[in-house]
Ligand binder design. Structure first.
Ligand SMILES: [Zn+2]
Length: 257
């Protein structure tokens, strides 16, 4: 009996160490988030390991791109306070996808209309789980969040005077979205930026389908090039902003990854 317990104990330790090494290596070499970076008045707030985009949409009104990793929303509330605003000033939250590290503070913003691509609505609301090698191990429980508007590929929604173009980039999750807001392309977790200037597709351990993710990124690149989209910067949910137009995505697509 003792021997079995010992073997089980060693197996658990090995699993935990393996998971830690995989997670650690997935984050190694990534660009660090610059807190407070701003492009065209769109501000990037660092919330631990993720970013939240703050888009001013009216006199006393903002929209958020994602809602962070901190359920207490400390960094986002501090940014609102800096603007002399409270949580009620957030009138819309656009989610890049339904993973919990991007949705944690939604409940603080009761006036916000929550939007996500249709295939991720159930993930945001917590009625289904994620499908990545690691993310599938997370417990499934209702989040209490209600998605007010399900988005679709090709939608254009208005945030005040800002048109937001919605692109489906399935792969990291089935409802992963990219948003183009006034020259800033939010890619969520569909891609990651490394400090050597290389953009890569989403890390295997957190991703439903890596091949699909890469194909979605190449298709997005072709679409944006074809449409002559005005992209000044790309925003990565775990690495922040890179103000070099579409170059990182072009290079990724050119490498055929
Ligand atoms: Zn994710």
């Amino acid at each position: 009996m003792k021997r079995i317990l010992k073997i089980v104990g060693v197996a658990i330790v090995l699993l935990v160490v393996t998971a830690a090494v995989l997670i650690g290596s997935a984050f190694m070499g990534r660009q660090a988030i610059t807190d407070g970076a701003e492009i065209n008045g769109i501000r990037i707030v660092k919330d631990g390991i993720v970013t939240v985009g703050v888009v001013p949409v009216g006199q006393n009104e903002v929209a958020l791109i994602d809602a962070g990793n901190d359920p207490a929303g400390k960094a986002v509330l501090a940014e609102l306070a800096r603007r002399h605003l409270g949580p009620e000033a957030v009138t819309a939250i656009l989610l890049t996808h339904g993973h919990a590290d991007h949705t944690a503070a939604i409940r603080l913003f009761g006036k916000a209309q929550v939007m996500a691509l249709e295939p991720d609505v159930a993930l945001v609301e917590g009625t289904v789980g994620a499908h990545g090698p690691l993310t599938r191990l997370m417990p499934v429980k209702p989040t209490g969040v209600k998605v007010a508007r399900a988005l679709h590929d090709g939608d254009t929604i208005m945030l005040g005077d800002f048109p937001v173009h919605v692109y489906a980039v399935p792969g990291h999750t089935q409802g992963s979205a990219a948003y183009l807001v006034d020259g800033v392309l939010f890619l969520g977790d569909a891609a990651d930026m490394y400090s050597d200037g290389t953009m890569k597709g989403s890390a295997w351990i957190f991703t439903d389908d890596q091949a699909q993710d890469r194909a979605s990124l190449v298709a997005l690149d072709q679409r944006l090039m074809r449409d002559g989209a005005n992209v000044k910067a790309i925003e990565f949910a775990h690495e922040g902003i890179v103000a070099n137009g579409l170059a990182p995505l072009n290079a990724f697509a050119g490498r055929g990854q």
